[in-house]
Design a protein around this ligand. Sequence first.
Ligand code: ATP
Ligand code: MG
Length: 289
Amino acid sequence: MRTIGTELLRVDGLTVAYGDGESRSIAVASASFALSEGERIAIVGESGSGKTTLALAIAGLLVTPSARIHSEGLHFDGRELVRGRTKTLPMRTPGMSMVFQDAMTSLDPVETIGTQFGAVLRGVGKLKRRETRERAAEWLRAVGLHDVERILGLRPYELSGGMRQRVMVALAICSRPRLLIADEPTSALDASVSRDVMDLLADMTERENASLLVVSHDIELCRMYADRIIVMYHGEIVDICRASSIEEDATSEYTQALLACVPTLESSSLPLLPTLDDDFALVRQEASA
Ligand SMILES: Nc1ncnc2c1ncn2[C@@H]1O[C@H](COP(=O)(O)OP(=O)(O)OP(=O)(O)O)[C@@H](O)[C@H]1O
Ligand SMILES: [Mg+2]
């Protein structure tokens, strides 16, 4: 049974810009929100709206040299991580783990899965070689993989996309984080595998009593799994809604327009689904003959 506890993460006025002078562009503009223990929050928004930048900044993984960060306060687990202006964030905030969109580019392509687990598990506690392998095998079983002894000896390219994403989740959760951040963990997968991976993220975070911050393009998937949904548009948080009542909570025109674009049984008979124009008006395109 999942319980939502006290505040775990608080982001106050977090701004991230890339570049200086004329080339400066603001990717995240004064973002503020809080996330509680055990809570699941999804961040949605169109491409380029700043979702990844926000997630990386929180995880302490925004290491792009041109990134300029300013925060009125970034608190995690009772500690202040950042205040004021900084070029670099603390690398890998302890207690947070991250799952990336494409497991193929985030797993080490030349090392076996067993070796990659060893690197993470040895950082967590003093384990002998055999214990590390046993622990890794347990985590692989926990994420629903079979034949785990064989998998430990394989390299990422020898696994299917869905298996790789499961391995990524296991690697992220085996350090027992208090917050798991997942950036588009399902966008490289087909619809049924996407549901499996979201189920897995939900199950594993519940089992470990960890919170989940998940970035996604898929507002319907977020509704199913998240407690609250943050909507970003052009670097700004334009809405923070309860997932169960997003229609009532949405105050911005953008969120309302986004909801109107979600395919329904009625719209599924249209040759092309509606899209949004720059003024958030629905554009119903005519299919070319
Ligand atoms: N390393 C970088 N250097 C310069 N600009 C960047 C960098 N990374 C992102 N940006 C810019 O910051 C803005 C936000 O990008 P970000 O990747 O955070 O958006 P996103 O919402 O995650 O998009 P997507 O849905 O396509 O993943 C974009 O305008 C992007 O071009
Ligand atoms: Mg992104």
